[in-house]
Design a protein around this ligand. Structure first.
Ligand SMILES: Cc1cc2nc3c(=O)[nH]c(=O)nc-3n(C[C@H](O)[C@H](O)[C@H](O)COP(=O)(O)OP(=O)(O)OC[C@H]3O[C@@H](n4cnc5c(N)ncnc54)[C@H](O)[C@@H]3O)c2cc1C
Ligand code: FES
Length: 247
């Protein structure tokens, strides 16, 4: 199994760490690895930097993410991949919208033409904001403890979205659906990175399925047009144990 050697571990927030490493692997922004945590599980993680020094930014939810987030310099991130299609990168003005750890795979898309919206439940969930030009960044939190009080879609509604060549969105599916519902008939170009339960990462187990697509193999990035044809989007998904659950 391949591995990255951690050179630095940066604490981004109470339960979020960025692991830095150098490696000559080629990665398209938005692609992910299945990171193997011996004796625990393997979990999908995307890259918050795709050029050396590369990085992954890990939010702690359970045992696997906790073990990874606490790796020390010199320790190894075992992985398979990179997997998935990644974002289609366009020239011109872009808007990235990320919620919570969903901002991580959007960071490699940033350039001088990028506007950002970062959303989170509260100030502790706002990460990687220092990567943005503060003049073109909007922060929103559910409780108003950082930036403006409200949701990402409310910040989006205050922008002239016709200004943007492409809108890139990543975060919990409920947030993706809210953005999708707002933009779907507005004639803008949009790409959404979906987070679904993943066990294999290579199209075998079907745990990440949505309307006949497998998010690990056909995604995780889907266009607005693709999502328009998926009635499961924002409505239902499979839990890790395979049970169908509703949002
Ligand atoms: C394509 C893809 C890319 C991803 N990239 C990143 C990334 O760059 N950085 C990152 O931090 N995470 C990323 N994730 C999410 C990450 O894979 C999960 O957070 C991880 O699998 C959690 O594993 P665990 O074993 O630590 O927690 P588990 O034991 O699986 O979960 C513990 C508890 O937390 C809940 N939980 C787990 N993950 C999430 C979540 N994402 N949102 C809300 N609740 C959750 C579970 O339902 C459970 O109740 C990505 C997911 C996908 C599908
Ligand atoms: S994670 Fe197994 S098919 Fe997608």
């Amino acid at each position: 199994m391949r591995y990255f050697v951690v050179s630095e571990n940066i604490k981004e927030a109470e339960n979020v760490n960025t692991l830095i490493f150098n490696d000559d692997i080629n990665i398209i922004p938005g692609q992910f690895i299945m990171a193997w945590v011996p004796g625990v599980n393997q979990i999908p993680l995307s890259f918050s930097s795709v050029r050396n020094p590369k990085s992954i930014t890990v939010k702690i939810y359970g045992e696997a993410s906790a073990k990874l987030a606490n790796l020390k310099p010199g320790e190894k991130i075992f992985y398979e991949g990179p997997y998935g299609n990644g974002f289609n990168i366009v020239k011109g003005k872009k808007l990235v919208i990320g919620a919570g750890s969903g901002i991580a795979p959007l960071i490699p898309l940033l350039d001088s033409d990028t506007t950002g919206i970062i959303s989170g439940k509260s100030s502790g969930d706002i990460i990687l904001s220092s990567k943005f030009n503060p003049r073109t960044l909007k922060i929103v939190t559910d409780d108003g403890s950082a930036g403006e009080k409200g949701f990402a879609t409310e910040a989006l509604k205050k922008m002239n979205i016709d200004d943007f060549e492409m809108i890139y969105v990543c975060g919990p599916e409920i947030m993706l659906k809210s953005v999708f519902d707002y933009v779907k008939n507005k004639g803008v170009n949009c790409q959404f990175s979906l987070e679904r339960s993943m066990k294999c990462g290579i199209g075998i187990c079907d745990s990440c399925s949505i309307n006949g697509y497998q998010v690990c193999r056909d995604g995780p990035v889907f266009t607005l047009g693709q999502l328009k044809g998926m009635d499961e989007f924002g409505r239902t998904k499979l839990s890790y144990s395979g049970k169908r659950i509703f949002f």
